[in-house]
Ligand binder design. Structure first.
Ligand code: NAD
Length: 491
């Protein structure tokens, strides 16, 4: 059993009232770690420390190049510890160790990308339309950043926020999910070793209430970077009405995968499998609405079912496991309920739809393929966050696009076709922040990531994100030898 501690102002500490909560291993339902439940007082201490580090001391006066150096150092240490960090994430979330180890190693590249950008943030000299004035802009850090992350990819979603925030000179308070507190508190050890000035990075764990609410509404917080579900996001929007913090929202999805008659069938099946059974479907970009053109529907379905039934379910720490459990019991129960409701509404369960045999402990669910006649069926509408896809059929490209766009979400979309013209047309027509053509679920520090509609706003990764962590100051300098003119005498 590991008892983690908060990391505030450069020190490891308990919650102010000594409160703790359990972290459960989803593969066996056993408590394996505990973490402090941060109180409002802890949040305040962390934000005040971040504010102090922002406004005075080593961080405030550090050159941008040296900030970049610290981020490079962080990247190297994360890469060096990737295997351990990945394993901790697997214990806490049930995600496959092969994926969490690989992702932790790749996370280092996000820090490197922003480390390199630290001393390339610059303002402009403006071609002002008035004489004797020199006008320029400065890009300043926006202030204390509150980063809220969900349980499903904590190391990664922390890097997409902390990387640009620190590169731009901000300080951060990061709140881990109560469902998986361990990865971030383990990451705190790495942060501590790098030697950031106290208060620059603070890592806390706790519940939405009071911890998340206190953090996102704190008067000294200027920027909130939130990743999580839509209902939580509504509360975060309300919270930021208190401090008017600049807010980015990375939310859920119900992403479509469009598969045309001319597609490479093997590639399309791989896309649907990766988009729905990777991470047991617990991915914001899960491609859980699969639209297949009528001419290949039956063959596609047959191959897909064969692949789904061959998936090796098991302990996520084992190298040969292909699908682990769901993260929480509540999540497994919810998915079961939605599948049952969809069946009652007319969905055909082609495969899966239940708990796998031989798994008496842990929150496992079979890879599930539902056949749906229309998008009035519940499984086609709600984000499930589980290994369940709804397969629908279409006749024309126009119909496929209309069906894909019939959603309140707009995060990812997949297009499988060998027709280059169609690839461009559909990529342009679908309502989503990311489109993958003949591939799915690829990510990179270089490529902006984010959604439309109820999938949120703002982008993570990519070069522009760095500006989202700055504020612009415009400086006007009178260069004439004369004093400022009398304002009541018009020139
Ligand atoms: P969640 O919304 O339940 O929790 C997210 C975080 O918000 C947690 O840290 C939680 O403690 C915190 N929180 C809860 N109440 C709060 C409040 N009142 N104020 C501030 N913070 C509060 O999400 P989850 O179940 O942990 O994660 C799954 C969701 O995250 C899915 O909807 C998924 O699509 C989404 N997600 C989106 C992306 C993306 O980049 N678009 C990536 C990963 C996950």
């Amino acid at each position: 059993m590991t008892d983690y501690r908060l990391y505030i102002d450069g020190e490891f500490c308990e919650a102010s009232d000594g409160g703790r909560f359990d972290s459960v291993n989803p593969a066996n339902g056993q408590v394996w770690a505990t973490a402090p439940a941060a109180t409002e007082a802890d949040v305040d201490r962390a934000v005040v420390a971040a504010r102090r580090a922002l406004t005075g001391g080593d961080w405030a006066t550090m050159s941008a190049t040296n900030r970049g150096r610290l981020l490079f150092e962080l990247a190297d240490r994360v890469a060096g510890r990737a295997s351990h960090l990945g394993e901790i994430e697997t214990r806490d979330t049930g995600k496959l160790a092969v994926e969490t180890r690989g992702q932790s190693a790749y996370v280092a590249d996000y820090y490197r990308y922003y480390a390199g950008l630290a001393d390339k943030i610059q303002g402009d000299t403006l071609p002002i339309d008035k004489p004797d004035l020199h006008v320029f802009t400065i890009r300043e850090p926006v202030g204390v950043v509150a980063a809220i992350v969900p349980w499903n990819a904590e190391m990664f979603l922390t890097a997409t926020k902390v990387g640009p925030a620190l590169a731009a000179g901000n300080t951060v308070v990061i709140k881990a999910s109560e469902e998986a507190p361990a990865p971030l508190l383990e990451f705190a050890e790495v942060v501590h070793e790098v030697g950031f000035p106290p208060g620059v990075i603070n890592l806390i764990t706790g519940f939405g209430e009071p911890c998340g609410r206190a953090l996102t509404s704190h008067p000294l917080v200027s920027r909130v970077a939130f990743t999580g579900g839509v209902e939580t996001a509504r509360r975060v929007v309300e919270n930021t009405a208190q401090n008017f913090a600049h807010l980015s929202l990375e939310l859920g999805g119900k992403s479509p995968i469009l598969i045309f008659n001319d597609a490479d069938l093997e590639g399309a099946v791989n896309g649907a499998v990766a988009g729905n059974f990777g991470a047991s479907g617990q991915s914001c970009v899960a491609g859980s609405r699969v639209f297949v053109q009528a001419g290949i529907h039956d063959e596609f379905l047959e191959r897909l079912i064969g692949r789904a039934e061959a998936i090796r379910i098991g302990d996520p720490l084992h190298e040969d496991t292909q699908m682990g459990p769901l993260a929480t019991e509540a999540q497994r129960d919810r998915i079961e309920a939605v599948v049952a409701e969809s069946r009652d509404q007319g969905a055909t369960v082609h495969t899966g739809g239940k708990r796998p045999e031989g798994f008496d402990t842990g929150w496992y669910f079979e890879p599930t393929v539902l056949g749906c006649d229309s998008q009035s069926i519940r499984s086609t509408q709600v984000e499930l966050f589980g290994p369940v896809m709804s397969v629908l059929t279409f006749e024309s490209e126009e119909e496929a696009v209309a069906m894909a766009n019939d959603s309140v979400f707009g995060l990812g979309a997949g297009v499988f076709t060998t027709d280059v013209g169609r690839a461009h047309r559909v990529a342009k027509a679908v309502h989503s922040g990311i489109v993958w053509v003949n591939t799915y679920r690829a990510i990179s520090p270089v490529a902006p990531f984010g959604g439309f509609g109820q999938s949120g706003h703002g982008r993570e990764a990519g070069i522009d994100t760095i500006y989202d962590y700055t504020r612009t100051k415009t400086v006007w300098i009178n260069t004439s030898e004369d004093p400022m003119a009398n304002p009541f005498v018009m020139r």
